[in-house]
Design a protein around this ligand. Structure first.
Ligand SMILES: Cc1cc2nc3c(=O)[nH]c(=O)nc-3n(C[C@H](O)[C@H](O)[C@H](O)COP(=O)(O)OP(=O)(O)OC[C@H]3O[C@@H](n4cnc5c(N)ncnc54)[C@H](O)[C@@H]3O)c2cc1C
Length: 443
């Protein structure tokens, strides 16, 4: 058993954990950090491009965001863009495509016109496109056999900005950049499954399957497993976790860029969108769906018992389920998302959603993306009886923090890492190179 005490241990090598490793190595005088990951590579779970929509969320085309939230998300995304500008392989990590949110029918067009007026000051690159202009960017969205589709359509578009990221590549780049700081003692412990964390005399003992790692402070960024590890220590008992999986469907290339659709305000998850797949040439990926599943990790049935432990089913959780189920749109949405998983039937059902974006698509064009799609660990606040939509942080104030980061967690990885970096430096009594941080990430 090693008696070495690290200054910081990061549990979870997704894009959030690796972003924190980079932040500490690059902008602080914290000299000894260990990253602990249960698999043999970083970012193989939700941060892998297969499992998320690869969107750098900026708030302009996501109509589920208020202006206030959109402005926050935009500044978080700018940190990612600024960071990738420092990379030699930037073009393998971040991508430019035209992007738009499409309104179909009078109501949605009206909503988008109003949104344009409200957002244009904070989003100066945003354009309002009428049907003929949409056709110049995305002909398949408004034309059927060369003729305009019958419904009224407008779009809010941004045509020349970074909007897609391979978050797996981003995570790998964070580790490589961190390792360039040769004066630091950085340890990357792969294949190390954290089973339990215990606090003893101000030191955290992190038990993996074959060792005990010691650290003065800990940040756990392990998706739904963050809550599991927190609750083992008696923290975050007021929360329950609802894993919401997302599936995707492929079509042959039918879009030039990202096309989002207008959000139904009553639904808690983003509406289906179409995106170029940065991992697979010549395909357009549609999705994600939103399916409640009893696993903390998609396609990993071993995480069923862990799900039961964090669900902690009681009256508070049942009340949230009931409140969701009472709303007709949500009820129908939940059922529809179950039907999306039935082989044979699902392609036919999904075709309806996809045709809102590309009306000429046929059943034969659609293929279920088998093995794609991750899980959003949505927390339920049992005291307030609410389903929490964004990121959640459990910080008992003693040098350990637990993060759960559903969408847009990958886009916000650097801003979240900055928050944790500040907490850690404060706790350990270290220093931050504020000037470098401003010059590189906040320029
Ligand atoms: C369908 C879908 C679409 C999405 N689309 C987008 C999008 O377009 N844009 C966006 O910004 N976000 C998107 N997200 C959200 C985004 O994927 C997540 O916010 C992000 O990947 C979270 O990163 P993370 O590092 O916190 O978690 P993860 O990537 O899940 O990493 C957690 C890591 O912790 C490790 N781990 C877990 N338990 C342990 C343990 N006990 N011991 C050691 N290691 C452990 C895991 O192996 C994993 O590597 C989407 C999510 C889903 C599901």
């Amino acid at each position: 058993m090693s008696e070495q005490i690290h200054q910081v241990a990061i549990v979870g090598g997704g894009v959030c954990g690796t972003a924190l490793l980079y932040m500490l190595a690059e902008y602080t005088d914290v000299s000894d950090v260990i990253l602990i990951e249960k698999y043999d590579a970083v970012a193989t779970v939700n941060s892998h491009g297969r499992n998320n929509s690869q969107t750098l969320h900026c708030g302009d085309i996501e109509t589920n965001y208020t202006l206030e939230k959109a402005v926050k998300v935009k500044s978080a995304a700018e940190m990612v863009v600024n960071y990738t500008a420092t990379l030699d392989n930037q073009d393998q990590v971040i991508f430019k495509y035209p992007k738009m949110v499409l309104g179909v029918g009078e109501d949605e067009c009206h909503k988008l016109r109003e949104r344009f007026q409200a957002f244009r000051k904070q989003f100066p690159a945003m354009q309002l496109l009428e049907k003929d202009k949409i056709a110049e960017v995305e002909p398949n969205v408004v034309l059927i056999n060369g003729k305009p589709r019958p419904e009224p359509c407008v779009a809010l578009a941004v045509l020349d900005e970074y909007c897609a990221v391979d978050f797996n590549q981003l995570a790998e780049s964070f580790v490589n950049q961190a390792k360039n700081n040769h004066d630091k003692n950085l340890t990357i412990a792969m294949n190390s499954h954290v089973e339990e964390i215990v606090e003893q005399d101000g030191v955290f003992l992190i038990h993996t399957q074959n060792s005990v790692i010691r650290a003065k402070s800990v940040v756990v960024s392990a998706g739904g497993h963050s809550l599991l590890l927190a609750q083992q220590m008696g923290y975050g008992m007021e929360f329950s976790c609802l894993p919401v999986a997302g599936s995707f469907y492929f079509t042959p290339k039918s879009l030039n860029g990202k096309v989002y659709t207008v959000q139904n305000d009553k639904l808690p998850f983003a509406a289906v969108h179409g995106d170029p797949d940065v991992l697979i040439d010549g395909k357009t990926r549609f999705g994600p769906t939103a399916l409640l599943i009893p696993y903390l990790e998609r396609y990993n049935s071993k995480t069923f018992s862990e799900f039961l432990r964090v669900l902690r089913l009681d009256r508070g959780v049942l009340k949230v389920f009931w409140d969701l189920f009472k709303v007709r749109d949500i009820r129908n949405y939940i059922f529809k998302n179950f039907l999306f998983e039935i082989p044979g039937f699902r392609r036919w059902l999904f075709l309806k959603d996809v045709r809102k974006i590309v009306p000429s698509l046929q059943l034969k064009d659609i293929q279920f993306a088998k093995g794609f799609g991750g899980v959003r660990p949505q927390l339920i606040d049992k005291k307030k009886s609410i389903l929490m939509m964004g990121e959640a942080k459990i910080n008992p104030g003693n040098g350990i923090v637990f993060n759960t980061t559903p969408s847009p967690g990958a886009s916000s990885c650097l801003v979240n890492a900055e928050t944790d970096m500040r907490m850690l430096v404060d706790y350990l009594g270290g220093n931050i190179d504020e000037q470098k941080l401003q010059q590189v990430l906040h320029k």
